[in-house]
Design a protein around this ligand. Sequence first.
Ligand code: PEP
Ligand code: MG
Length: 574
Amino acid sequence: MSITLQGIGIGGGIAIGYARLVTRTNIEVAHYRLAPEEVPAEIERFENAIRHTRKELETLWSGIPENAPAELGAFLSLHIMLLNDHTLSQEPIGLIENEYCNAEWALQQQLEVLLAQFDEIEDEYLRERRSDVLQVVERVQKTLAGHDAGTHIHECGADCILVAHDLSPADMVLFKDSRYLAFITDVGGPTSHTAILARSLDLPSVLALRHARELIREGELIVVDGVSGVVVIDPDERVLEEYRARREDWLGKQRALLDIRLSRPVTRDGVEVELFGNIELPDDTEDALEYGATGIGLFRSEFLFLSEDDLPTEDEQFEAYRRVVQMMEGRPVVIRTLDLGKDKVAKWQQESLSPNPALGLTGIRLCLAEPQVFRTQLRAIMRASAYGQVKLLLPMLSQISEVRATRRHIEEVKAQLREEGIPFSDDVELGGMIETPAAAVAVAKFLAHLDYISIGTNDLIQYTMAVDRTDDAVSHLYDPLHPAVLALIAHVITTADRMGKPVAMCGEMAGDPQLSRLLLGLGLRRYSMLPIQLLKVKQQLLTADLSTIRPLVERMLAAEESDQMRDLLLELNR
Ligand code: PEP
Ligand code: MG
């Protein structure tokens, strides 16, 4: 008999497959009093378990696959941080020492104190961090009990759907590398880590199904509808037929997206836009081309500096840039000079980080402080310019003098190359990232010295909202629709238009299909994003009508309440 369960649908799409239950070792927490002479050994046992768990999490963290969503690393770091916090790693020692509790019991008591504190929190997002504490403590308890803490989710055949009580970020690392069609869990809320990761993996998934694991048997056929949040266990033929048809429809839509790969990005009322790809390494260019990018709008060149122990040489950099430029066959390639020092840190920098890296020697500041490194990169980029259309982009501008100083370096590099008889193009444009509120507010002054600009919304939001973009504890305050953020973007675009200078956007906002029409209404015509987002954004724009969008966007700019903002956004995307 088929059973239908309702949970929270996260990834879009439908999957039909066989249940693969992840066993959850239900650990009986041992509970006994120690003799005083047993205390030192018990403390050592507890400390060993913490150390062992930390090592496990760190190993998983360093083994995160390159193509994994960025959030995964942040979530695992949060778990390591929770584990290191004295409330989990020190307080139980006090209980062992003073109350003669065994290690498991001491940890469990401390967990209960922490959970009670979480239950008091009103903010939904913060309250959900409760499950992170639970996951971490469960790992330590498993280690204390001598169980292997990892779930065995990597072994799976084709057509499998993972059924778990919960998936921790650590489990997600394994899941990312597996071949599961979908996953469902008993717990999790719409802003839980599991949900955020599921969204970025773009897989059908349903959370918060409560007792799914008790109702589903290993190998049973199940249907997962990630749109409506419905899971059907053992569907009858009629239900199965219906979901097969819906799945075909969904796959058809995915394929239809591929059909628009080569269509010209133009709105219904004839407004042309340009859709470019963001890349981190030369190989990503293939994805950008595959999804129809007509240019590279952001080559995050610092990734060439992250993997090596030593700095990449001029020739190594030149080869990397030339490869991309040649693959793009004359279409624009925007190479951003290295942007290290805050969220991205190279091995050679680790000793000398600023006390507050996001406000320290980062982006263009670091480039100018390390003229040798900067000039080597400028030479490599200029040399690559002989092979196609290269544009330079400067990260993290906050002073106009940074542009002037860069121009001096470029002129000197060009003079050297000329003298050495090395070819380069004389038409390399110089652009600046607008990602500090200083550059956004004073954009006209910057534009007077630049050929074009590109809005980096990831940092612009972080600095405008005073919200660390990598800190999970405040990520609910990271709001692209905040009136201050929209006002800054509108100001930057209108000013650039008025001055007749091109303006692009290469932060994550440009690749969010929910925001494509809003940005169009704000005047954006050049979007650059992760290649995987290109077709979803294109579809939003192909079906848009600027004349109906504009008045709605005007209302959004005037809106004060976030509810009103969300309603208008819904209307815009209808
Ligand atoms: C940005 O800040 O929006 C941006 C594109 O740069 P990055 O994400 O590399 O800091
Ligand atoms: Mg940035």
